[in-house]
Design a protein around this ligand. Sequence first.
Ligand code: F3S
Length: 72
Amino acid sequence: MKPTVDQELCIGDGICEDLSPEVFELRDDGLAYVIDKDPDESVWPTIKEAVDECPTDAIILESYGGDEEVAA
Ligand code: F3S
């Protein structure tokens, strides 16, 4: 599972970093970035939670097969 953040959509809410700090980081520009592009399976639930909680649906998950899995 490969998470990405669409910085065009991100409004810097920060819930992603709160829920999954191993994977998401808010930077000086106020936007979230993925700091672990190949996260361990153990943190996947926190990533999915971040996807659900992000107010602008800025977090996208892709399966390793390359298909877009979740955009919600
Ligand atoms: Fe941005 Fe959504 Fe995280 S708005 S800071 S990607 S919770």
